[in-house]
Design a protein around this ligand. Structure first.
Ligand code: SF4
Length: 185
């Protein structure tokens, strides 16, 4: 694969040249709908990513109500990994009409579609494994407002270790995230 191609599953269609994407955001407004607005998205699918890809590329879309964006630190520890699975479980419970999982690394990389997705979300929830708060700091560095912030080791009293898979922590994170999303919803 070419070094300049972005082949992440976050992107729809053919790989996009990195130089085309890493730009300062210029337009964070959702374009006018081509047909009547549709209230419902696909609650089983993380549809918000391809939707924002289309908007960022200037394509016409049917307007949909934005979900709450979830960002997770995905750290290499039990608490860090619990943020990933906890977010996936939360989407399974609430549905992708209410939550969208967005990639934190894309914000660091300056990808326009993900920035636009975060900017136009109904709200942002950041979940971090420990007080280093990598997700929250990354979002704030990009000037994105975090509405709810959860620190697994602090707020849920889960001791940080490096066994990676921690079913108890995942359950606690899921419960807390559902409440966080509903507080914005
Ligand atoms: S917040 Fe903590 S667990 Fe998460 S990536 Fe940063 S250092 Fe790792």
């Amino acid at each position: 694969m070419s070094e300049n191609n972005v082949g992440c599953s976050c992107q729809s269609g053919a790989p996009i040249q990195l130089n085309d994407l890493v730009k300062e955001p210029t337009n964070t407004n959702i374009s006018a709908p081509s047909t009547s607005p549709k209230a419902e998205g696909d609650k089983e699918t993380n549809w918000y990513l391809p939707y924002m890809n289309a908007i960022t590329e200037g394509k016409e879309v049917e307007e949909k109500k934005s979900p709450v964006a979830l960002f997770y630190c995905a750290g290499a520890s039990n608490v860090g990994q619990s943020t990933v699975t906890g977010c996936v479980e939360t989407a399974g419970i609430l549905g992708y009409n209410r939550v969208a999982l967005l990639c934190l690394a894309s914000i660091s990389a300056g990808l326009k579609n993900m920035f636009n997705g975060a900017k136009n979300a109904r709200g942002i929830v950041a979940v971090d494994g420990c007080p280093m708060s990598c997700a929250k700091r990354t979002l704030e560095k990009a000037e994105l407002k975090v509405d709810q912030h959860l620190i697994v080791s602090k707020d849920l009293d889960v001791p940080k270790n490096f066994r990676i898979s921690d079913a108890g922590a995942i359950k606690q994170v899921t419960n807390a995230l559902v409440q966080a999303v509903l507080s914005i919803d």
